[in-house]
Ligand binder design. Structure first.
Ligand SMILES: Cc1cc2nc3c(=O)[nH]c(=O)nc-3n(C[C@H](O)[C@H](O)[C@H](O)COP(=O)(O)OP(=O)(O)OC[C@H]3O[C@@H](n4cnc5c(N)ncnc54)[C@H](O)[C@@H]3O)c2cc1C
Length: 440
Protein backbone atom coordinates (compact mmCIF):
# COMPACT_ATOMS: atom_id res chain seq x y z
CA UNK A 1 0.00 0.00 0.00
CA UNK A 2 1.37 3.43 -0.94
CA UNK A 3 1.07 6.40 1.39
CA UNK A 4 -0.10 9.38 -0.64
CA UNK A 5 -0.14 12.76 1.10
CA UNK A 6 -1.78 15.92 -0.26
CA UNK A 7 -0.69 19.17 1.44
CA UNK A 8 -3.28 21.95 1.21
CA UNK A 9 -7.05 21.54 0.91
CA UNK A 10 -7.91 24.43 -1.38
CA UNK A 11 -9.13 24.55 -4.97
CA UNK A 12 -6.24 22.29 -6.00
CA UNK A 13 -5.70 20.03 -3.00
CA UNK A 14 -9.25 18.88 -2.29
CA UNK A 15 -10.10 17.94 -5.91
CA UNK A 16 -6.67 16.27 -6.19
CA UNK A 17 -7.39 14.17 -3.10
CA UNK A 18 -10.81 13.18 -4.48
CA UNK A 19 -9.34 12.28 -7.87
CA UNK A 20 -6.65 10.21 -6.16
CA UNK A 21 -9.24 8.43 -4.01
CA UNK A 22 -11.22 7.70 -7.15
CA UNK A 23 -8.24 6.36 -9.15
CA UNK A 24 -6.42 4.50 -6.39
CA UNK A 25 -9.34 2.78 -4.71
CA UNK A 26 -8.82 1.41 -1.20
CA UNK A 27 -5.47 -0.21 -2.03
CA UNK A 28 -3.61 2.99 -1.26
CA UNK A 29 -4.02 5.52 1.53
CA UNK A 30 -4.71 9.17 0.71
CA UNK A 31 -4.04 11.68 3.51
CA UNK A 32 -5.12 15.29 3.31
CA UNK A 33 -3.19 17.85 5.38
CA UNK A 34 -4.48 21.38 5.78
CA UNK A 35 -3.64 24.21 8.11
CA UNK A 36 -7.30 25.27 8.34
CA UNK A 37 -10.22 23.02 9.29
CA UNK A 38 -12.44 24.39 6.51
CA UNK A 39 -12.24 24.37 2.73
CA UNK A 40 -12.74 27.87 1.30
CA UNK A 41 -13.96 28.60 -2.22
CA UNK A 42 -11.50 31.49 -2.60
CA UNK A 43 -13.20 33.27 -5.55
CA UNK A 44 -16.17 33.90 -3.21
CA UNK A 45 -14.00 36.06 -0.93
CA UNK A 46 -14.51 39.18 -3.06
CA UNK A 47 -18.24 39.11 -2.26
CA UNK A 48 -17.49 38.22 1.38
CA UNK A 49 -15.19 41.23 1.77
CA UNK A 50 -17.92 43.60 0.56
CA UNK A 51 -20.53 42.06 2.85
CA UNK A 52 -22.52 40.55 -0.05
CA UNK A 53 -22.04 36.98 1.14
CA UNK A 54 -21.50 35.28 4.49
CA UNK A 55 -18.14 33.52 4.74
CA UNK A 56 -19.86 30.28 5.81
CA UNK A 57 -21.61 30.15 2.42
CA UNK A 58 -18.26 29.50 0.69
CA UNK A 59 -16.76 27.15 3.27
CA UNK A 60 -17.04 23.42 3.98
CA UNK A 61 -15.96 21.39 6.98
CA UNK A 62 -12.94 19.30 5.95
CA UNK A 63 -13.04 16.68 8.74
CA UNK A 64 -16.59 15.68 7.74
CA UNK A 65 -15.75 15.59 4.02
CA UNK A 66 -12.64 13.48 4.66
CA UNK A 67 -14.58 10.99 6.75
CA UNK A 68 -17.39 10.69 4.18
CA UNK A 69 -15.07 10.27 1.23
CA UNK A 70 -12.39 7.91 2.53
CA UNK A 71 -9.53 10.34 3.13
CA UNK A 72 -7.28 10.42 6.20
CA UNK A 73 -7.54 13.92 7.62
CA UNK A 74 -4.64 15.61 9.37
CA UNK A 75 -5.20 19.18 10.53
CA UNK A 76 -2.12 21.34 10.86
CA UNK A 77 0.41 23.43 9.02
CA UNK A 78 3.34 21.69 7.38
CA UNK A 79 6.50 23.24 8.80
CA UNK A 80 9.20 21.22 7.07
CA UNK A 81 9.67 18.72 4.26
CA UNK A 82 12.58 16.31 3.85
CA UNK A 83 12.31 15.10 0.24
CA UNK A 84 15.15 12.58 0.67
CA UNK A 85 13.68 10.87 3.74
CA UNK A 86 10.16 11.47 2.32
CA UNK A 87 8.88 12.96 5.54
CA UNK A 88 6.90 16.07 6.42
CA UNK A 89 6.79 17.72 9.82
CA UNK A 90 3.83 19.47 11.43
CA UNK A 91 3.95 21.18 14.82
CA UNK A 92 2.70 18.07 16.64
CA UNK A 93 3.64 15.12 14.43
CA UNK A 94 5.60 13.79 11.46
CA UNK A 95 4.20 11.97 8.45
CA UNK A 96 5.94 9.71 5.93
CA UNK A 97 4.88 9.55 2.33
CA UNK A 98 5.61 7.54 -0.78
CA UNK A 99 3.96 10.11 -3.05
CA UNK A 100 3.25 13.75 -2.34
CA UNK A 101 1.06 16.48 -3.85
CA UNK A 102 1.95 20.05 -2.88
CA UNK A 103 -1.14 22.25 -3.27
CA UNK A 104 -0.39 24.99 -0.79
CA UNK A 105 -1.32 28.00 -2.91
CA UNK A 106 0.89 30.97 -2.12
CA UNK A 107 2.16 33.02 0.75
CA UNK A 108 1.31 36.71 0.57
CA UNK A 109 4.45 38.86 0.31
CA UNK A 110 3.29 41.81 2.44
CA UNK A 111 6.85 42.38 3.65
CA UNK A 112 7.90 43.37 0.10
CA UNK A 113 6.55 46.92 0.63
CA UNK A 114 6.45 49.07 3.77
CA UNK A 115 2.92 49.45 5.10
CA UNK A 116 1.37 46.91 2.70
CA UNK A 117 -1.19 44.80 4.55
CA UNK A 118 -0.81 47.09 7.55
CA UNK A 119 -2.65 50.14 6.21
CA UNK A 120 -4.15 48.44 3.14
CA UNK A 121 -6.52 45.48 3.06
CA UNK A 122 -6.31 42.21 1.17
CA UNK A 123 -9.06 39.73 0.32
CA UNK A 124 -6.85 36.71 -0.39
CA UNK A 125 -7.80 34.53 2.57
CA UNK A 126 -10.83 34.23 4.86
CA UNK A 127 -9.31 36.18 7.77
CA UNK A 128 -8.30 39.04 5.48
CA UNK A 129 -11.68 39.12 3.76
CA UNK A 130 -13.46 39.41 7.13
CA UNK A 131 -11.14 42.21 8.25
CA UNK A 132 -11.61 43.97 4.90
CA UNK A 133 -15.41 43.68 5.32
CA UNK A 134 -15.36 45.21 8.78
CA UNK A 135 -13.32 48.14 7.50
CA UNK A 136 -15.59 48.46 4.44
CA UNK A 137 -18.64 48.77 6.69
CA UNK A 138 -16.87 51.51 8.66
CA UNK A 139 -15.89 53.22 5.38
CA UNK A 140 -19.52 53.25 4.26
CA UNK A 141 -20.43 55.16 7.42
CA UNK A 142 -17.67 57.69 6.74
CA UNK A 143 -16.69 57.57 3.05
CA UNK A 144 -13.46 59.00 1.65
CA UNK A 145 -11.31 58.11 -1.38
CA UNK A 146 -11.21 54.47 -2.46
CA UNK A 147 -7.96 53.03 -3.81
CA UNK A 148 -7.79 49.51 -5.22
CA UNK A 149 -4.87 47.87 -6.93
CA UNK A 150 -1.97 45.49 -6.90
CA UNK A 151 1.65 45.58 -5.81
CA UNK A 152 4.54 45.11 -8.27
CA UNK A 153 5.03 41.40 -8.93
CA UNK A 154 1.36 40.54 -8.29
CA UNK A 155 0.02 37.95 -10.71
CA UNK A 156 -3.68 37.64 -9.99
CA UNK A 157 -5.53 40.82 -10.99
CA UNK A 158 -9.09 39.51 -11.48
CA UNK A 159 -10.00 39.93 -7.80
CA UNK A 160 -8.81 43.58 -7.84
CA UNK A 161 -11.03 44.36 -10.87
CA UNK A 162 -13.95 42.57 -9.25
CA UNK A 163 -13.44 44.39 -5.97
CA UNK A 164 -13.21 47.88 -7.48
CA UNK A 165 -16.17 47.44 -9.84
CA UNK A 166 -18.39 45.71 -7.27
CA UNK A 167 -17.48 48.36 -4.67
CA UNK A 168 -18.37 51.07 -7.19
CA UNK A 169 -21.75 49.43 -7.83
CA UNK A 170 -22.29 49.10 -4.08
CA UNK A 171 -21.56 52.80 -3.50
CA UNK A 172 -23.97 53.74 -6.31
CA UNK A 173 -26.71 51.56 -4.83
CA UNK A 174 -26.27 53.25 -1.46
CA UNK A 175 -26.31 56.76 -2.94
CA UNK A 176 -22.71 57.36 -1.84
CA UNK A 177 -20.97 57.31 -5.22
CA UNK A 178 -20.69 61.11 -5.57
CA UNK A 179 -18.75 61.28 -2.30
CA UNK A 180 -16.08 58.75 -3.28
CA UNK A 181 -13.25 59.25 -5.79
CA UNK A 182 -12.12 55.80 -6.96
CA UNK A 183 -8.65 54.96 -8.30
CA UNK A 184 -7.36 51.66 -9.66
CA UNK A 185 -3.53 51.41 -9.46
CA UNK A 186 -1.81 48.51 -11.16
CA UNK A 187 1.55 47.29 -12.44
CA UNK A 188 -0.26 45.90 -15.52
CA UNK A 189 0.83 47.64 -18.76
CA UNK A 190 -2.82 48.44 -19.58
CA UNK A 191 -6.26 48.04 -18.06
CA UNK A 192 -7.66 44.62 -18.92
CA UNK A 193 -4.25 42.93 -19.23
CA UNK A 194 -4.80 40.76 -16.13
CA UNK A 195 -1.34 39.26 -16.39
CA UNK A 196 -2.21 37.65 -19.75
CA UNK A 197 -1.50 39.98 -22.66
CA UNK A 198 -3.15 39.79 -26.05
CA UNK A 199 -6.71 38.71 -25.22
CA UNK A 200 -8.87 40.13 -28.01
CA UNK A 201 -11.39 42.66 -26.65
CA UNK A 202 -10.13 42.37 -23.05
CA UNK A 203 -8.55 45.82 -23.05
CA UNK A 204 -11.39 47.56 -24.89
CA UNK A 205 -14.15 46.05 -22.77
CA UNK A 206 -12.44 46.51 -19.40
CA UNK A 207 -11.16 50.03 -20.14
CA UNK A 208 -14.58 51.14 -21.37
CA UNK A 209 -16.24 49.76 -18.25
CA UNK A 210 -13.79 51.47 -15.88
CA UNK A 211 -14.26 54.73 -17.82
CA UNK A 212 -18.06 54.44 -17.77
CA UNK A 213 -18.01 53.87 -14.02
CA UNK A 214 -15.80 56.94 -13.47
CA UNK A 215 -12.85 54.98 -12.09
CA UNK A 216 -9.48 56.65 -12.59
CA UNK A 217 -6.83 54.15 -13.66
CA UNK A 218 -3.05 54.28 -13.27
CA UNK A 219 -1.15 51.56 -15.14
CA UNK A 220 2.56 50.63 -15.08
CA UNK A 221 2.40 51.74 -11.45
CA UNK A 222 5.10 50.72 -9.05
CA UNK A 223 3.71 51.11 -5.54
CA UNK A 224 6.61 51.85 -3.22
CA UNK A 225 4.96 52.22 0.17
CA UNK A 226 1.61 52.46 1.91
CA UNK A 227 1.14 54.93 4.77
CA UNK A 228 -1.97 55.24 6.99
CA UNK A 229 -3.76 57.38 4.39
CA UNK A 230 -1.65 57.43 1.20
CA UNK A 231 -0.06 55.19 -1.37
CA UNK A 232 3.32 56.35 -2.63
CA UNK A 233 4.37 55.48 -6.20
CA UNK A 234 7.94 55.22 -7.47
CA UNK A 235 7.34 58.19 -9.83
CA UNK A 236 6.79 60.42 -6.79
CA UNK A 237 3.01 60.54 -6.92
CA UNK A 238 1.15 60.20 -3.64
CA UNK A 239 -2.45 58.98 -3.73
CA UNK A 240 -4.78 59.59 -0.78
CA UNK A 241 -7.26 56.99 0.42
CA UNK A 242 -9.86 56.42 3.09
CA UNK A 243 -9.99 52.73 2.20
CA UNK A 244 -7.48 50.71 0.21
CA UNK A 245 -7.41 47.12 -1.01
CA UNK A 246 -4.08 46.18 -2.58
CA UNK A 247 -3.27 42.66 -3.72
CA UNK A 248 0.27 41.65 -2.71
CA UNK A 249 2.84 39.77 -4.78
CA UNK A 250 2.92 36.04 -4.04
CA UNK A 251 5.62 33.52 -3.18
CA UNK A 252 5.72 29.79 -2.49
CA UNK A 253 5.19 28.16 0.90
CA UNK A 254 7.98 28.56 3.48
CA UNK A 255 8.62 24.81 3.78
CA UNK A 256 9.02 24.52 -0.01
CA UNK A 257 11.59 27.32 0.03
CA UNK A 258 13.41 25.79 3.01
CA UNK A 259 13.53 22.35 1.35
CA UNK A 260 15.17 23.89 -1.72
CA UNK A 261 12.41 22.58 -3.98
CA UNK A 262 11.31 25.93 -5.34
CA UNK A 263 12.74 28.67 -7.54
CA UNK A 264 13.90 32.01 -6.10
CA UNK A 265 10.30 32.85 -5.17
CA UNK A 266 9.60 29.43 -3.76
CA UNK A 267 7.32 28.32 -6.61
CA UNK A 268 7.76 24.74 -7.80
CA UNK A 269 9.48 24.39 -11.19
CA UNK A 270 7.87 21.25 -12.58
CA UNK A 271 7.99 18.92 -15.53
CA UNK A 272 4.98 18.98 -17.83
CA UNK A 273 3.72 15.88 -15.99
CA UNK A 274 3.62 18.09 -12.86
CA UNK A 275 6.39 16.08 -11.21
CA UNK A 276 9.34 17.70 -9.53
CA UNK A 277 12.43 17.20 -11.73
CA UNK A 278 14.56 15.83 -8.86
CA UNK A 279 11.83 13.99 -6.98
CA UNK A 280 9.43 12.33 -9.41
CA UNK A 281 7.23 11.20 -6.50
CA UNK A 282 6.49 14.87 -5.68
CA UNK A 283 3.78 16.61 -7.69
CA UNK A 284 2.69 20.24 -7.58
CA UNK A 285 -0.70 21.78 -8.28
CA UNK A 286 -2.19 25.29 -8.52
CA UNK A 287 -0.69 28.55 -7.36
CA UNK A 288 2.32 26.81 -5.77
CA UNK A 289 3.58 25.93 -9.28
CA UNK A 290 6.03 28.11 -11.21
CA UNK A 291 4.72 29.39 -14.56
CA UNK A 292 6.95 31.86 -16.37
CA UNK A 293 5.39 35.21 -17.34
CA UNK A 294 6.30 35.31 -21.05
CA UNK A 295 6.03 39.10 -21.38
CA UNK A 296 8.58 41.64 -20.22
CA UNK A 297 6.50 44.48 -18.79
CA UNK A 298 7.84 47.85 -17.53
CA UNK A 299 6.82 46.88 -13.98
CA UNK A 300 7.17 43.16 -13.21
CA UNK A 301 4.00 41.08 -13.00
CA UNK A 302 3.35 37.38 -12.52
CA UNK A 303 1.15 35.03 -14.49
CA UNK A 304 -2.30 34.31 -13.03
CA UNK A 305 -3.04 30.73 -12.07
CA UNK A 306 -6.79 30.57 -12.22
CA UNK A 307 -9.10 28.19 -10.40
CA UNK A 308 -9.81 26.25 -13.55
CA UNK A 309 -6.10 25.85 -14.38
CA UNK A 310 -5.64 24.64 -10.80
CA UNK A 311 -8.39 22.05 -11.22
CA UNK A 312 -6.83 20.84 -14.46
CA UNK A 313 -3.49 20.42 -12.67
CA UNK A 314 -5.20 18.48 -9.85
CA UNK A 315 -6.76 16.13 -12.38
CA UNK A 316 -3.48 15.61 -14.24
CA UNK A 317 -1.38 15.10 -11.10
CA UNK A 318 -3.80 12.46 -9.79
CA UNK A 319 -3.95 10.68 -13.15
CA UNK A 320 -0.16 10.63 -13.54
CA UNK A 321 0.38 9.40 -10.01
CA UNK A 322 -2.05 6.56 -10.71
CA UNK A 323 -0.06 5.71 -13.87
CA UNK A 324 3.18 5.85 -11.90
CA UNK A 325 1.70 3.49 -9.31
CA UNK A 326 0.61 1.10 -12.06
CA UNK A 327 -3.07 1.52 -11.20
CA UNK A 328 -3.95 3.21 -14.50
CA UNK A 329 -2.54 2.52 -17.95
CA UNK A 330 -0.40 5.09 -19.76
CA UNK A 331 -0.40 7.58 -21.43
CA UNK A 332 0.69 10.13 -18.91
CA UNK A 333 -1.07 13.46 -19.23
CA UNK A 334 -0.12 17.12 -19.21
CA UNK A 335 -2.32 20.14 -18.40
CA UNK A 336 -3.11 22.32 -21.40
CA UNK A 337 -3.27 25.46 -19.21
CA UNK A 338 -6.28 26.68 -21.13
CA UNK A 339 -8.14 29.07 -18.89
CA UNK A 340 -11.57 30.58 -18.50
CA UNK A 341 -12.21 33.20 -15.85
CA UNK A 342 -15.61 34.72 -15.09
CA UNK A 343 -15.29 38.20 -13.54
CA UNK A 344 -18.37 39.69 -11.89
CA UNK A 345 -18.61 43.47 -12.20
CA UNK A 346 -22.04 44.38 -10.79
CA UNK A 347 -24.63 44.96 -13.52
CA UNK A 348 -22.38 43.19 -16.03
CA UNK A 349 -19.46 40.78 -16.12
CA UNK A 350 -16.61 39.83 -18.44
CA UNK A 351 -15.42 36.31 -19.26
CA UNK A 352 -11.71 36.14 -20.10
CA UNK A 353 -10.63 33.11 -22.12
CA UNK A 354 -7.04 32.17 -22.98
CA UNK A 355 -6.35 28.92 -24.78
CA UNK A 356 -3.74 28.42 -23.54
CA UNK A 357 -2.57 31.02 -21.01
CA UNK A 358 1.04 30.54 -22.13
CA UNK A 359 1.47 31.23 -25.84
CA UNK A 360 3.44 28.79 -27.95
CA UNK A 361 7.12 29.64 -27.29
CA UNK A 362 7.99 29.26 -30.99
CA UNK A 363 5.20 31.22 -32.68
CA UNK A 364 4.12 33.39 -29.75
CA UNK A 365 0.54 32.46 -30.68
CA UNK A 366 -2.37 30.95 -28.76
CA UNK A 367 -5.12 28.81 -30.24
CA UNK A 368 -7.44 31.66 -29.28
CA UNK A 369 -7.80 34.28 -26.59
CA UNK A 370 -10.68 36.69 -26.16
CA UNK A 371 -13.03 38.41 -23.72
CA UNK A 372 -16.83 38.68 -23.86
CA UNK A 373 -19.14 40.78 -21.77
CA UNK A 374 -22.68 40.31 -20.49
CA UNK A 375 -24.90 39.77 -17.50
CA UNK A 376 -24.79 36.03 -18.28
CA UNK A 377 -21.20 36.01 -16.95
CA UNK A 378 -22.47 36.85 -13.44
CA UNK A 379 -25.11 34.11 -13.64
CA UNK A 380 -22.51 31.62 -14.89
CA UNK A 381 -20.14 32.58 -12.07
CA UNK A 382 -22.87 32.17 -9.44
CA UNK A 383 -23.93 28.83 -10.90
CA UNK A 384 -20.32 27.62 -11.00
CA UNK A 385 -19.81 28.52 -7.35
CA UNK A 386 -22.86 26.43 -6.36
CA UNK A 387 -21.74 23.59 -8.61
CA UNK A 388 -18.20 23.61 -7.24
CA UNK A 389 -19.30 23.52 -3.60
CA UNK A 390 -21.84 20.78 -4.39
CA UNK A 391 -19.22 18.58 -6.03
CA UNK A 392 -16.82 19.11 -3.11
CA UNK A 393 -19.62 17.96 -0.76
CA UNK A 394 -20.20 14.91 -2.97
CA UNK A 395 -16.53 13.98 -3.17
CA UNK A 396 -16.24 14.51 -6.93
CA UNK A 397 -12.97 15.79 -8.37
CA UNK A 398 -13.32 16.89 -11.99
CA UNK A 399 -16.15 14.78 -13.43
CA UNK A 400 -16.36 13.94 -17.14
CA UNK A 401 -19.39 16.17 -17.71
CA UNK A 402 -17.49 19.23 -16.44
CA UNK A 403 -14.71 18.47 -18.90
CA UNK A 404 -17.20 17.99 -21.71
CA UNK A 405 -19.08 21.15 -20.75
CA UNK A 406 -15.93 23.26 -20.99
CA UNK A 407 -15.14 21.69 -24.35
CA UNK A 408 -18.62 22.13 -25.78
CA UNK A 409 -19.32 25.64 -24.49
CA UNK A 410 -15.87 27.24 -24.73
CA UNK A 411 -13.75 24.84 -26.79
CA UNK A 412 -11.42 24.34 -23.81
CA UNK A 413 -9.54 21.15 -23.03
CA UNK A 414 -8.15 20.62 -19.54
CA UNK A 415 -5.51 18.03 -20.36
CA UNK A 416 -3.88 16.19 -23.22
CA UNK A 417 -1.91 12.94 -23.43
CA UNK A 418 1.85 13.16 -23.15
CA UNK A 419 3.25 12.64 -26.62
CA UNK A 420 6.43 10.81 -25.60
CA UNK A 421 7.52 9.17 -22.36
CA UNK A 422 9.69 11.34 -20.09
CA UNK A 423 12.89 10.33 -18.43
CA UNK A 424 12.06 12.57 -15.51
CA UNK A 425 15.46 12.55 -13.87
CA UNK A 426 17.16 13.88 -17.02
CA UNK A 427 15.08 17.00 -17.22
CA UNK A 428 16.23 19.12 -14.33
CA UNK A 429 18.49 21.40 -16.35
CA UNK A 430 16.49 21.47 -19.53
CA UNK A 431 14.24 24.57 -19.45
CA UNK A 432 12.31 23.49 -22.55
CA UNK A 433 11.07 20.48 -20.69
CA UNK A 434 9.56 22.47 -17.86
CA UNK A 435 5.88 23.06 -17.50
CA UNK A 436 4.53 24.48 -20.71
CA UNK A 437 1.58 23.34 -22.76
CA UNK A 438 3.76 22.65 -25.76
CA UNK A 439 7.05 22.25 -23.93
CA UNK A 440 7.92 18.94 -25.54
C1 LIG B 1 -9.85 36.88 -3.86
C2 LIG B 1 -9.58 35.93 -4.98
C3 LIG B 1 -10.54 35.74 -5.97
C4 LIG B 1 -10.29 34.85 -7.01
N1 LIG B 1 -11.24 34.71 -7.99
C5 LIG B 1 -11.04 33.82 -8.98
C6 LIG B 1 -12.03 33.62 -9.98
O1 LIG B 1 -13.06 34.29 -9.99
N2 LIG B 1 -11.79 32.68 -10.93
C7 LIG B 1 -10.65 31.94 -10.94
O2 LIG B 1 -10.49 31.10 -11.82
N3 LIG B 1 -9.69 32.11 -10.02
C8 LIG B 1 -9.87 33.03 -9.04
N4 LIG B 1 -8.90 33.20 -8.09
C9 LIG B 1 -7.73 32.32 -8.11
C10 LIG B 1 -8.08 30.99 -7.41
O3 LIG B 1 -8.65 31.25 -6.16
C11 LIG B 1 -6.83 30.14 -7.30
O4 LIG B 1 -6.47 29.76 -8.59
C12 LIG B 1 -7.03 28.89 -6.46
O5 LIG B 1 -7.52 29.18 -5.17
C13 LIG B 1 -5.71 28.15 -6.37
O6 LIG B 1 -5.89 26.97 -5.67
P1 LIG B 1 -4.70 26.40 -4.78
O7 LIG B 1 -5.15 25.07 -4.29
O8 LIG B 1 -3.42 26.50 -5.50
O9 LIG B 1 -4.62 27.43 -3.55
P2 LIG B 1 -5.69 27.70 -2.42
O10 LIG B 1 -7.06 27.55 -2.93
O11 LIG B 1 -5.30 29.00 -1.83
O12 LIG B 1 -5.44 26.54 -1.36
C14 LIG B 1 -4.20 26.37 -0.71
C15 LIG B 1 -4.49 25.72 0.64
O13 LIG B 1 -3.27 25.25 1.20
C16 LIG B 1 -3.23 25.59 2.58
N5 LIG B 1 -1.84 25.66 3.02
C17 LIG B 1 -0.93 26.57 2.68
N6 LIG B 1 0.26 26.31 3.27
C18 LIG B 1 0.08 25.20 4.00
C19 LIG B 1 0.93 24.44 4.85
N7 LIG B 1 2.21 24.78 5.06
N8 LIG B 1 0.41 23.36 5.46
C20 LIG B 1 -0.87 23.00 5.29
N9 LIG B 1 -1.74 23.69 4.48
C21 LIG B 1 -1.27 24.77 3.85
C22 LIG B 1 -3.94 26.94 2.62
O14 LIG B 1 -4.39 27.25 3.91
C23 LIG B 1 -5.08 26.72 1.63
O15 LIG B 1 -6.20 26.17 2.25
C24 LIG B 1 -9.08 34.12 -7.06
C25 LIG B 1 -8.11 34.32 -6.07
C26 LIG B 1 -8.35 35.22 -5.05
C27 LIG B 1 -7.29 35.43 -3.98
Amino acid sequence: MAEVVVIGAGLGGLPAAYELRHHLGRRHRVTLVSEFPRFTFVPGLVAVSLGHLALERVQLDLAGLAQRHGLQWVPGKVQALDPVARRIALADRELSYDYLVIATGAELAFDALPGLGVYSHSICNPAHALKARQAWEAFLRQPGDLLVGAAPGAGCFGPAYEFVLLAEADLRRRGLRERVAITYVTPEPYVGHLGVGGLAQARELTEALMHRRGIRTITNARIEAVTPDRVRLADGRSLPFGYSMILPALRGAAFVRAAGLGNEKGFLPLLPTLQHPRYPEIYGVGVSVHLEQPERTPVPIGLPKSGQMTEAMAMVAAHNMAVQLGVKPAPWRIPTLEALCFAEYGDTGIAYIAAPVLPDPGSGQRRYAYAVQGMWVNWAKGAFEHYFLAKMRLGWGIPWFEQWGLRLLFGLALAQPLASPLEVTDHEHSPGSHLHPSGF
